[in-house]
Write a protein that binds this ligand. Sequence first.
Ligand code: GLN
Length: 393
Amino acid sequence: MPTLSDRVYTFTDSVIRRMTRISNAHGAINLSQGFPDFDPPMEITEALAKAAKEGPHQYSITFGAKNFRDALAKKQSKAVGREINPDTEIVVTCGGTEAMMCAMMTICNPGDKVMVFSPFYENYGADAILSGAEPIYIPLVPPEYDFDLALIEEGFLQGAKAIIVCNPSNPCGKVFSREELMAIGDLAIKYDAFVVTDEVYEHIVYAPYEHTCMASLPGMYEHTITCNSLSKTYSITGWRLGYVIGPEAVIEHAKKVHDFLTVGAAAPLQEAATVGLQFSQDYYDGLLATYTEKRDYFIKGLDEIGLKHNVPQGTYFVMVDIQDFLDLPQFEGWTDLEFCEWMIKNIGVAAVPGSSFFKEDVNHLIRFHFAREKETIDEALRRLAKLQELLQS
Ligand code: GLN
């Protein structure tokens, strides 16, 4: 066989998405890859039915349908505290995944250094490899997932061109405070670098925490490339609708990268999702109330079982500590991946091994999500309760 590119041997498939396949193969309850099992708002599915009948069915403008971008600009201008120009400051992408890749390919030359917090959403590793960037990892230290600003300054001194900030943070649920973001932003300005943000969980931030857009901070619009998606906000992860917002001088080039990667996001889906972008604040309050209830319910269940976990400030993920199990003779020497595979087959619940998120050698944390109907969470907790017996035996 002719040889392939060297780069394809430098990363594995996504462990998150692999866990979904293993979970499906064994009929487990899938709390690994984070996506809801409930429907999107009816207004959106009705708009989709209408689009199916009436169109559009052909390409939209490559960087996003005009009405979609207009609605998006209106919604996000509020978050960013500045008028976003829908024609020059937005690229609509196929999901947040393409948004991140598009941002990275737009700013990175091969060999450029980019700072990434660890734990990180696993895509960033592949994004760096595919865009030729070399990651510098900045630890987010449990249990508070704090970071050392001096390490970020050191990264910039080593010439880092950008830092990726996932806020709220997948998988650890950290919500960066305004002060933390300002401190990072000040360094980005000082060293004339970019902050690439991934804000797909912007509307899943639990009180008393609040979401701050990096791009809204003084002087930061010109230094921020905001990546986002409609997946989590409107429960439409399969629609693959995302976007990049940034200064015109960046977006002008991001549009080209996006165009030659994918031409454009699905036109009928943009048409239907435009309805969602026009929802009033009530919708977002309702979404947050739903997730707050699910979070509290799920972690109460974990507490009752005696599983140790963090309390996420945002996102719908919880990290559970499995060290007590790994200390049992039957799991001696096991990896977290082996434990997760065992759990799918023997307990009937899927999680993601934490090692796929950490640069450091971390083997004792696994990630669950709780974007599930209450009955599904109940059944998952019933199954997980079997783990307790292992500790007691
Ligand atoms: N963000 C979700 C997760 O971390 C899934 C995203 C995806 O698989 N594209 O599980």
